[in-house]
Structures are given as C-alpha cells and as structure tokens.
Design a protein around this ligand. Structure first.
Ligand SMILES: Cc1cc2nc3c(=O)[nH]c(=O)nc-3n(C[C@H](O)[C@H](O)[C@H](O)COP(=O)(O)OP(=O)(O)OC[C@H]3O[C@@H](n4cnc5c(N)ncnc54)[C@H](O)[C@@H]3O)c2cc1C
Length: 534
C-alpha cells in the first residue's frame, strides 16, 4: 500500500495502542483533520475479545512483541520477559483488564513537576469522559464514555473471607477504589462488559474506522520519523517487505508505548549522541533524556494451598471442570473464563503515617506452575501478589542496534533504590498478615511458595530478587516536563523540535498508583484536546 506516500495527512499517529487508538478516535470525531494511524500488529487476534486471552497472549508472538530485559542485577541477573501488545488496541488488547485510575496525588505530582494542565482537577474529567462504569454517576465516575467498566461478577466465598481477613488485620473495605479515596480492599473493576474484553480497539478504534478522515494501516512497522531540519515532516515504515513514506502537515504523534517510543526516537537520531553514535545512527537532535527515567512495577507473589478445593480454580478449571467453566462462561458470562488477571484488589499503606496507599495487592483464586507457561498448578491453591505503587528505581531503554527490528536494551534496575526494597518487603509481610488472619482459617492451607522458612527481611528480599516479575507497566522513557531531563513538554511536544509529539505511557513523569491502561487512555484523550486546541 503505497498510497499513503501521495496523501498529505494532517496527523500521523504511530502505534494503535491504548493512547494512540484513543487519540485517533477523538481526533477524527469533528471531521476537521485527516489522520493516518499506523500499527505494526495485525487488525485483531481471534481470542483477544475473551478475558482469558490474558493468559494465552502473554506468550504469543501473534499479538505480542515478547521483549526480554537484559540480565537484571537487582533480580539475581535474571532476564525478565516484557510482553507488549502488538495488535490493534496495543496492550489493551492483551492485558489483564484490571481498571485503575490511580490517586489524585499522582497527577497533582505531575503538575507540581511543572506540567500545566495535568493536575487531578485537570485530568479527572478525562477519566469520567472515557468510561461507562456500571455503578457510575457518583464520585466522578463516568456513565456515557466509550469504554465499559464492570465490577467482577464472579462469586467465591474465598473473596468474602479475604475481605473479612483484611478488616481483621486492620484494613478497610472500599466500595470504589477509583473514587478519590483509593485505600482499602474490594472486588476488581475490569474493562469487561458482558464477559467480553473492552479494548481500545473495540471501544474507540473500530467505531472510528467508519469515518472517511481516518486511515488505519496495520502490519506497518515504523522505522523512524523523518525530519527536515528541526521539523518532523512524516514517517518511514515497512509493510510487506516494502519501505513507504507518509507525510504529516501538522504533527507526527509517536504512541508506540513505554518500550518502543524511545526506540523510535533514537532510530530517528533523536537522543543521547553517545548512544546513537555507538550504534551508527546519525544524530539529528541531541536529547539525552530519551530512554531514561524508566520505571515499572515489580510483582512479588505468595502461593498458599487451599483446604476447600471448590474455591480454587486450580481444582474447578481442570479436566471436566474446565468444560463446566466454559459452559458457565457461555451461558452466564461468568466463571474462570470471564476473570481479569485478579478479581480482588487492595490498596494499602505499609506505614500509617503515609498520606496514601503505597502498595497494591491482588488476590488470584488459583496458582500457576511456571509464569512462562501459564499452566495451572496441580493442587487447589491461591496466589496473593503485591507491588509497590510508586517505585523510585530508575532504569533505561535504549537501542542496541540501528536495525529497527532489533529489540532495544531494557534495563529495569529493579530494587535499585533502598525505599523500593523496604516497601516490597513490608508489602510481602502484609500479604501474610491478611491471609493468616482468622477469617481465612477455613480456606488457608500451608504456604507453598516461598514457604514459612523464608522469614527474615534478608530472606524475603532474596526470595523476591529470585522470583519476582514485572507487572507489565513500563513507563516514563519519554518523560514529560520542562528542563533537560525531560523529552516532551506539557503539550506533548518533543523539546527543541516542531511537528513531533509523544503521547503514551512513556510520557508519565512518575508511576501512577496502579495499573496503567486507564492512565494511558487518559493521555490519548488529553492529547486529542491539546491537538484540537493547537
Ligand atoms: C500482559 C499485560 C498485562 C497488563 N495488565 C494490565 C491490567 O490488568 N490493567 C491495566 O490497567 N494495565 C495493564 N497492562 C498495562 C497497560 O495495558 C499498558 O500500560 C497500556 O496499554 C499502555 O498503553 P500505550 O498506549 O502506552 O502502549 P500500547 O498499548 O502498548 O500501544 C503501543 C502500540 O504501538 C505499536 N508499536 C510499537 N512499535 C511500533 C512500530 N515500530 N511501528 C508500528 N507500531 C508500533 C504496538 O504494536 C502497540 O499497538 C498490562 C500490559 C500487558 C502487556
């Protein structure tokens, strides 16, 4: 498809993920702009609409970039898998479907860092506008947005016992963690409606594709953006073995996500001159902040055996049980196949003097044998996982080659900061405190992994170093803010260049307190407002 070489678009959006897809849909609403949306992945994956696809697509090259980190010093030199969506809808089409906005404090911090228009007061209406929450209409929760959000319908006495155990351990229940008060334990709100995944592809892109002013080209791998002096004028992409160029009269907006956006900038000669020269890329614009400020959530898990098999999906979703669960899903939209990655969440403070929660916990009513294979464990069990909400450790993502198809070097630097070490150990102890509380006595069996012999702070930290994984939330690598350690300004313009912006999770200056899909969609909504007003 070479037609795009001859067409002058107003905007070219690189990457049809949570942010890019949202931006494309909003920008074409009023019919005033011609927009080209380019995506490396395919138009869809046959399983994506089913929530269970989270477990299937996490290892599937058909819809996933399957990146891998460099050996991580903080996690026993392990190379950590980094899945990212490679399909229309991006990571929203393969993610765990947990719906979290974050805390007002997160966005007020962004504003405090010099970003005008990004305080909670500014962004809260965008969160309201994007969602259609089944229990919405109060606390600023939306009822008429394109993306449907529902509380997990699955019923399980294990969930009720855990709520009671959390209260017995001194924590509170919270009917809506997406209100301004995040703290407490409650059923998960999920981007699921009537048993189907509510991806950005389904909710934003597909309805917008009917518009004549939106062109969507899938299986188009962007090699680089094209600069004329200090102005971005278009992109170069490869599709079906042929190289194409497309031109933008106004802006190119890079929305390739926390891993690929800094990579695309560097392949275009925008970045740290030393890194670019090392890999034979001509420097077009020196901007050393590109690829720095990388943060992610490190997820530590504890697995318990469960004494009542009927509450664990290890038991209920095996053999003939799986058939029963499939029937339940098809008839009522519930059961194992309808679950997001976790049906119960808790946002808690590790120390009472903190202003707001600093850890997030997930209850999963089953356990898996090996995170790579995602096979269910043989015995009835449950998993409780925990991550620190706002990690301080900073890593980096940079090109390791001038080849646009080569994976970048991903260095998390997990647990590099002592605060992160302290918080994850405290969170780990809190998981035990809750699950060991009396209301769980009926269900809780022995701690299977790591086991009670892992007891001292050093032992817990050592075990976490050897066994934790990413929670799949890479952010910050094209950080927004004024000053030399930032990549874009608060209008999302790349510092020092015209016609080039970045809008996705890579622009987050700090980690929002929770999962990152809703905040990424918020960035897409905000970018549309910014471009319409420009
Ligand atoms: C396995 C997994 C589970 C997750 N679970 C949850 C969850 O339960 N809840 C939650 O809130 N968040 C979750 N997340 C995180 C959340 O989905 C992401 O933070 C969010 O989708 C990021 O949005 P984005 O727009 O920044 O990037 P993405 O949605 O990843 O979009 C980037 C797009 O750019 C495309 N692209 C990249 N490079 C190129 C190129 N060179 N040329 C063309 N296109 C390119 C990609 O294919 C992709 O479509 C999960 C993520 C993963 C991977």
């Amino acid at each position: 498809m070479n037609a795009s070489a001859d067409i002058q678009y107003d905007y070219i959006i690189v990457g049809a993920g949570s942010a890019g897809g949202t931006l494309a849909a909003r920008l074409t609403e009023d019919g005033r702009s011609r927009v080209l949306l380019l995506e490396a992945g395919k138009a869809n994956h046959k399983y994506s609409k089913y929530p269970i696809s989270f477990g299937l697509l996490i290892n599937s090259p058909e819809a996933n970039w399957l990146y891998q980190s460099d050996p991580e010093p903080g996690t026993a030199n392990r190379e950590i898998p980094v899945p990212r969506g490679k399909v229309l809808g991006g990571s929203s089409s393969i993610n765990g479907l947990v719906w979290v906005r974050g805390q007002p404090l997160d966005y007020d911090t962004w504003a405090q860092m010099g970003n005008r228009g990004w305080s909670w007061q500014d962004v809260a209406p965008l969160f309201t506008r994007m969602e259609n929450y089944e229990k919405g209409g109060k606390n600023g929760r939306g009822t008429s947005g394109p993306l449907r959000v529902s509380e997990v319908p699955d019923q399980n006495p294990l969930y009720d016992a855990l709520f009671k155990a959390a209260v017995a351990a001194g924590y509170k229940l919270n009917p809506d963690y997406n209100s301004e008060d995040q703290e407490g334990i409650v059923k998960t709100q999920a981007s699921i409606f009537k048993g189907k995944r509510m991806s950005v592809a389904h909710c934003y892109i597909e309805p917008a594709m009917k518009r004549p002013n939106l062109t969507v080209i899938t299986e188009a791998h962007i090699n680089k953006v094209l600069l004329d002096g200090k102005r971005c004028v278009g992109v170069e992409y490869e599709r079906g073995g042929q190289v194409h160029k497309a031109r933008a009269g106004r802006d190119v907006v890079v929305c390739a996500g926390g891993v690929a956006s800094p990579q695309i900038l560097e392949l275009s000669g925008i970045g740290n001159p030393e890194i670019l020269k090392k890999h034979g890329v001509a420097v077009t614009h020196a901007l050393p902040a590109v690829g720095e400020n990388f943060r992610d959530h490190l997820n530590a898990r504890i697995v318990w055996r469960v004494k009542v098999p009927a509450v664990s999906y290890n038991h209920m979703a095996r053999g003939i049980g799986a058939v029963g669960q499939a029937l339940k899903y098809l008839t009522s939209g519930g059961g194992f196949f309808s679950l997001p990655s976790a049906p119960v969440l808790a946002f808690l403070r590790t120390r009472p003097e903190l202003a707001s929660p600093d850890v997030q916990m997930h209850l999963v009513p089953y356990s898996i044998k090996d995170p790579k294979q995602r096979k269910l464990q043989d015995f009835p069990s449950m998993t409780v996982a925990c991550y620190q909400l706002r990690p301080e450790s900073l890593g980096s993502i940079h090109i390791r080659s001038s080849d646009p198809r080569a994976q970048p070097a991903i260095r998390f630097n997990f647990l590099g900061d002592p605060i992160d070490q302290r918080t994850i150990v405290d969170g780990f102890r809190m998981m035990r405190k809750i699950v060991e509380a009396a209301p769980m006595d009926t269900y809780r069996g022995d701690e299977y992994s790591p086991g009670k012999e892992v007891e001292t702070d050093d032992q817990i930290l050592g075990w976490i170093r050897n066994n934790s994984q990413t929670a799949y939330h890479p952010i910050g690598t094209c950080r927004m803010g004024p000053g030399p350690n930032c990549v874009v300004d608060d209008r999302l313009k790349v510092h020092g260049l015209e016609g080039l912006r970045v809008a996705d999770a890579s622009i987050f200056p700090t980690m929002p307190s929770g999962n990152t899909n809703a905040p990424s969609i918020m960035v897409g909504e905000k970018a549309a407002d910014i471009l319409k007003a420009a």
